[in-house]
Design a protein around this ligand. Structure first.
Ligand code: FES
Length: 195
């Protein structure tokens, strides 16, 4: 396993309420596997739609080391934020669209038909392509994939074996779609707001 998952503090804002969250704190396979197994159940226990619609999550990128993937929570869902290395980016850029299972970017910040190039998957802007932000829910049946695992150097889903590459694009099924990129923007050079 390359790199590790780590703790990150993020702030979620919903209307006038504000709560601090500490996030997923381990690279231990068992803990990550357990999270994958229980996600569909936990997802039944979320706040109502009016609260979710207002919520956004700010993430301090300065805490994320090169090569690390951290997990934050946004509207009750895990979101992976990856500070990719040059090698991760290069590999993703070298992949032809024709080699992808899902050729569509699935990026909420772009038009629906945008192709799944690395540029369309990663953060936009000078010096920001190292940041990959994706919803951490497998597009097959909703398990939480494990980072830095699998043949394509992205994520491996322990439930049925789907694999994603270093742009979060599905490269081995049964998952049908790339990991979704949520709406987000930079509020400073070192902070993003998801939602
Ligand atoms: S839920 Fe991920 S492969 Fe089935």
């Amino acid at each position: 396993m390359r790199g590790k998952e780590t703790i990150v503090a993020a702030t979620e804002t919903a209307g006038t309420t504000r709560r601090d969250f500490l996030y997923i704190a381990t690279g231990a396979m068992g803990a990550v596997g357990a999270a994958a197994a229980v996600w569909p159940f936990i997802s039944q226990l979320q706040p109502d739609a009016s609260v979710l619609a207002l919520s956004s999550t700010e993430v301090d990128l300065s805490q994320i080391q090169e090569g690390q993937i951290v997990t934050v929570k946004w509207r009750g869902k895990p979101v992976f934020v990856w500070n990719r290395t040059a090698a991760d980016i290069e590999k993703a850029k070298a992949t032809e669209i024709s080699a992808l299972i899902d050729p569509v970017a699935r990026n909420a910040n772009l038009p629906a038909e945008a192709p799944a190039t690395d540029q369309n998957r990663a953060a936009e802007g000078e010096g920001r392509e190292k940041w990959l932000v994706v919803i951490g829910i497998c597009t097959h049946l909703g398990c939480v994939p494990i980072g830095h695992m699998g043949e394509f150097d992205g994520w491996f889903c322990p439930c049925h074996g789907s694999e994603y590459d270093s742009a979060g694009r599905v490269r081995r099924g049964p998952a049908p779609e790339n990991l979704a990129v949520p709406p987000y923007s930079f509020v400073s050079d070192t902070k993003i707001s998801i939602g």
